[in-house]
Design a protein around this ligand. Structure first.
Ligand SMILES: *[C@@H]1O[C@H](CO)[C@@H](O)[C@H](O)[C@H]1NC(C)=O
Ligand SMILES: *[C@@H]1O[C@H](CO)[C@@H](O)[C@H](O)[C@H]1NC(C)=O
Length: 381
């Protein structure tokens, strides 16, 4: 542990140089407490702590001064949260980048920058896609004025790859982003979901094992791709069916608690949204915009509310909301806008989850960029 902190001090001084390194691979690997081969486990202290980084929106207006500056600020937010909380795991809850004006080569570059504070600390992590990660390409009008079209970040041409042919302005695709992440980031636990669920890609399950017995699962985390960008903002009935097959396979009797992650709130969030101010049992500090929900509901919520083991759903997408409210027998929670990219100037922070093993509980709170902490809530015990 001490050795790790020593490295961190050095790292915090060098994060800027890491951020602007052009290699797609992560620069420094520290000893990780959660080796990938062994899966995720409750730590020696009997808990498993997760930080949720939502809506970072890296890579906006990369050809201006303010674009890169807001990414530097977002790196600072993540670094502060990671150093305060020292989580066991990080979840990137969608809209990691704003891909709308990016050639694909740049998209993976910014993706890697957004992951860099987590990678540099040797913390394993996973991601789900938001509606801005996989975007149809939009030509900004200003690219047609004097400074012209900004350069691309293209790999050099070699015998098997022609930059001329492949390095082009076109929309970023989920499948390419996921390929880059899985190939280059050894601490990533993200997976390509089954092909029959495409175009949604980030559909997968991670299990957290007991600290004393690696064979015994104490928590199941389901990740679903709520769409957007190149296709509608929905969770399809095929995804709902996949979820059913999955839990029948790994948790048929609902004996293991389950939590769910996706990017865009389902329409159920609109039903419980507090009006004007937060009142108990809801917990949260801001309430300044309407819930921007998925376009349609194809059955996933119906399945989730009937399952006693499902304790909570966590989403991002609405930068101005960070509440948790009960809904039927589970909790619906927003994360907290973590990035300087994307709309809204509400102070940045991150939702933290702390799962304890003995006795089992899920606690959550928000850690802010200035180190402050608020909105603690017990989601399950
Ligand atoms: C792509 O990345 C390069 C290298 O960092 C940068 O100079 C350029 O402005 C970026 N272009 C766009 C469109 O993001
Ligand atoms: C050629 O370049 C591409 C793109 O950078 C790379 O993926 C590939 O491994 C390279 N192939 C060889 C033979 O160097």
């Amino acid at each position: 542990m001490e050795q790790r902190f020593l490295h961190l001090t050095v790292l915090s001084c060098t994060f800027l140089s890491i951020l602007f390194q052009s290699t797609p691979t992560s620069p420094i690997r520290l000893k990780t407490s959660q080796p990938k081969d062994n899966g995720l486990r409750v730590n020696g202290g009997g808990s498993f702590k997760v930080a949720l980084f939502a809506d970072l929106h890296f890579g906006e207006d990369a050809w201006t001064d303010w674009g890169p500056q807001q990414d530097v600020n977002s790196i600072k937010v993540m670094s502060t949260v990671l150093d305060h909380e020292t989580p066991d795991f990080v979840i990137y809850l969608g809209d990691v980048i704003t891909a709308n004006n990016m050639p694909i080569e740049n998209a993976t570059l910014y993706w890697d920058q957004a992951i860099s504070p987590t990678e540099a600390r040797g913390i394993p992590w996973a991601s789900v896609f938001g509606n801005h990660d996989d975007a149809l390409f939009e030509w900004p009008m200003e690219w047609f004025s004097a400074p012209g079209i900004p350069p691309r970040h293209c790999p050099a041409t070699n015998s098997s790859y022609s930059a001329e042919e492949y390095c082009s302005f076109r929309g970023t695709q989920r499948i390419e982003l996921m390929k880059n992440e899985i190939e280059h980031d050894s601490l990533s636990f993200s997976k390509n979901g089954p092909k029959n669920l495409w175009p949604s890609v980030s559909n997968y399950v991670l299990q957290v094992a007991s600290s004393s017995d690696p064979e015994s699962t104490i928590l199941i985390m389901y990740f679903l791709d709520s769409g957007g960008g190149s296709y509608p903002e929905v969770i399809s009935s095929a995804q709902a069916e996949w979820f059913q097959h999955k839990y029948q396979e790994i948790n048929p009797d609902s004996s293991v608690p389950e939590i769910i992650f996706w990017h865009i709130p389902s329409t159920a969030y609109k039903k419980v949204a507090p009006w004007f101010a937060i009142h108990k049992p809801c917990v949260g500090s801001i309430n300044k915009e309407k819930v921007a929900a998925q376009e349609a509901e194809f059955g996933i919520m119906h399945i989730l509310v009937k399952r006693p083991s499902v304790k909570a759903i966590f989403v991002g997408h609405n930068h101005g909301l960070d509440w948790c409210c009960p809904y039927e027998k589970l909790w619906l929670c927003f994360a907290r806008h973590t990035g300087y990219g994307g709309y809204g100037n509400w102070p940045r922070g991150a939702r933290i989850l702390e799962i304890t093993e003995q006795p089992f509980s899920i606690k959550s709170w928000i850690r802010m960029e200035d180190g402050g902490k608020h909105s603690e809530v017990l989601l399950s015990s």
